[in-house]
Write a new protein. Structure first.
Length: 208
């Protein structure tokens, strides 16, 4: 038994010798087996390609659905935002209209109240029945610039006042029984003085 390791040159020669040997033809069984193997591999490759193609279509469809869904969500959120803004604007406008209407109503009520107060004051001014005096007891009369307020003085400390241009007169307290001969009022129509016999005088600040 030879235990020596073959040299590389010997291996190359043996390999070259084998290559020079004529190749053996395949049998029908081997050809059929090779054809079946090739068909199986081709089918497997085609099946894998179909799976990859379906997977690609599925991925592409998923991406399209996600994109469309995302755009739909953004569009819907914008619509909701615009709708909410419009609704809030309308609500604010309605509240402002209500405030304006209430303000107009208050203004109208204030004007009506002022008119009613003037009517009450005017009616209260004529509730006191006028004192009937002889004309010759009056010595002086004066009217304010408005032509409605007036004062008259005369005998026995008589002082009369009118608020309606002389249509009716009301007695005023003078504090004297002497004959009053003259009356004079300040420009504000609230402070007045009357003078009369024996140097008597009186003054008052307003007429009721």
């Amino acid at each position: 038994m030879n235990d020596e390791v073959p040299r590389p040159e010997t291996d190359r020669k043996a390999h070259a010798a084998r290559r020079r040997q004529p190749q053996r033809d395949l049998t029908d069984t081997e050809r059929q087996a090779s054809s079946d193997a090739i068909d199986a591999i081709s089918q497997a490759i085609r099946a894998r390609a179909r799976r990859l193609r379906r997977l690609g279509h599925l991925i592409l469809t998923t991406i399209i659905i996600l994109l469309v869904g995302g755009l739909g969500v953004v569009f819907y959120s914008q619509i909701l935002l615009i709708a909410n803004s419009t609704e809030q604007s309308n609500a604010i406008k309605k509240q402002q209209d209500l405030i304006d209407q209430e303000k107009q109503n208050l203004d109208q009520l204030a004007a009506e109240f002022a008119r009613l107060r003037q009517d009450v004051v005017a009616r209260a001014a004529v509730t006191t029945l006028p004192t009937i005096l002889a004309f010759n007891t009056l010595r002086s009369v004066q009217f304010a610039a408005d032509g409605r307020r007036g004062w008259a003085v005369g005998c026995n400390g008589t002082i009369l006042a009118t608020q309606n241009g002389g249509e009716s007169w009301q007695s005023q307290t003078s504090g004297t029984t002497n004959k009053l001969r003259s009356v004079q009022f300040a420009a504000d129509g609230r402070r007045g003085w009357a003078v009369g016999r024996t140097g008597s005088s009186c003054g008052w600040t307003h007429l009721t």
